[in-house]
Design a protein around this ligand. Sequence first.
Ligand code: ZN
Length: 235
Amino acid sequence: MNKYLKELIELSKYDKKMADLVPLEENIKKPLTQLQVKIKNLTNKLEKLEEEIKNLLLKKSKNELLISELKEKLNKIAEKISKVKTIRESKALALEEDLAKEQIEAANEEIAKFEKAIEAKKEQKDEIKKEIEQLEAECVIVQSDIQSKLDVLEEQKQAIFKNKEKLVQSMDSKIYKFYEKIKKWAGNSAVSPVKKQACMGCFMKINEKTYIDVIKSDEITTCPHCGRVLYIEEE
Ligand SMILES: [Zn+2]
């Protein structure tokens, strides 16, 4: 077999092995990931509640401002009443006074309503915080449970990585670049086996001449349809 072809097959096998570890790792991390998603959702809820509380506080302070303005108005009315000259004037001021008092009462009711809502939201926040704390504690336990599995996986990754590096170092850089170019669009099937005279990358049947070239494997042969490097997989 052509030396370069042999290297390309080996290289692609390392890449495939590495890619196969990804779902394995995801599977190991799954219980942790699920907890992290829950925490993230709760944290979002917490932020939303904080935003709502902020809005309620703003509404409350607007009403407080309104009350202080109305109180000032009442002071002025009182001053005018002390200097009043006609009954008509006095009646008008009394009406104004009543209106301001009613407005103050309404604003106070609003404030009480907002305070109640703020209190309820603060309680919700405390509950969520407790939930998050529990989940975080669970995360620590799960993390220590899966750590040994992750360590084994990491060792496997390192071994594949080292072997691949060693191979890449020894390879002709043109061949390596050629592989990387195909890999850009073909991913880990840049080097594909031929089965039943068909390229296993694009699943198209290859012609007789190409098939014979692939079997001989004296040269690097690419698929006439897709351009992947072809080879016959040894049993
Ligand atoms: Zn093909």
